[in-house]
Design a binder for this molecule. Structure first.
Ligand SMILES: Cc1cc2nc3c(=O)[nH]c(=O)nc-3n(C[C@H](O)[C@H](O)[C@H](O)COP(=O)(O)O)c2cc1C
Length: 212
């Protein structure tokens, strides 16, 4: 069965917990943010903001690590770069709620993530952190919302992970079928673009766990 094509930088991405402590060069780090900066956004509002630290800036790195839930902290603190992502919630010119703020921050993070993939860097997004602590520690204004922390780094040795994390790392990656998410005519109606029988075979072959 012919594979449905996707780009290698998408195919090879996954949320690793096994980070190497190898540092990331400054130019590469800047490329990540430059990729984020060139993302599209509603009204070109660019509602994304980032607080970033490598281990060179130990104080800020520890401050970001200090807002993570304990299970996330266990693996994320090995990553050489942590980034707190923040959405600006109001529109610059009208001060009304920007209902696309989170969407657009997500786009910027996607761009950053795929730029990272192109350098063989891995990005693991984290929602499990204390938002209130983040607000206080980083003096984030009320019209901004801390949304995720990104752990970024090269892939490390899976054998060094505690067993519970290693099992999660190696477990099968699952996704909804295309027929459950792509519709035509009305919500929930599978599009003719998708032949369910063929799709089942293709999806079974494409679980993209090879790179681990
Ligand atoms: C907004 C967001 C929040 C997430 N929060 C966590 C988290 O707190 N801890 C964690 O281990 N993974 C977290 N993840 C990673 C997801 O669990 C992961 O992306 C998902 O299981 C799919 O796996 P994959 O990224 O390897 O394809 C988060 C991902 C996103 C996009």
């Amino acid at each position: 069965m012919k594979e449905i094509m996707i780009h290698d930088i998408i195919k090879n991405r996954y949320s690793t917990r096994a980070f190497s402590e190898k540092t990331i060069g400054k130019e590469r780090i800047l490329s990540l943010f430059e990729a984020a900066r060139w993302s599209p956004s509603s009204r070109n509002e660019q509602p994304w903001r980032f607080i970033a630290a490598t281990k060179e800036d130990q104080a800020t790195f520890n401050k970001i690590a200090g807002i993570l839930n304990p299970t996330n902290l266990m693996w994320a603190s090995k990553a050489p770069l942590l980034i707190l992502t923040i959405a600006k919630l109001n529109i610059n010119s009208t001060d009304q709620i920007n209902r696309h703020a989170y969407h657009d921050l997500g786009l910027a993070i996607a761009n950053l993530t795929f730029q990272a993939s192109s350098f063989d860097l891995y990005v693991h997004q984290i929602g499990g952190f204390d938002q209130q602590k983040a607000r206080e520690k980083f003096k984030i204004p009320a019209n901004y919302d801390p949304v995720t922390v990104l752990a970024v780094g090269y892939k490390g040795n899976l054998e060094l992970l505690p067993e519970n994390l290693r099992i999660r790392e190696l477990s099968e990656r699952k996704r909804k079928d295309l027929s459950d998410i792509v519709f035509s005519e009305k919500f929930g109606k599978t599009t003719n673009l998708i032949d369910n029988k063929k799709l089942e075979l293709i999806i079974n072959e494409n679980n993209y766990t090879q790179s681990r």
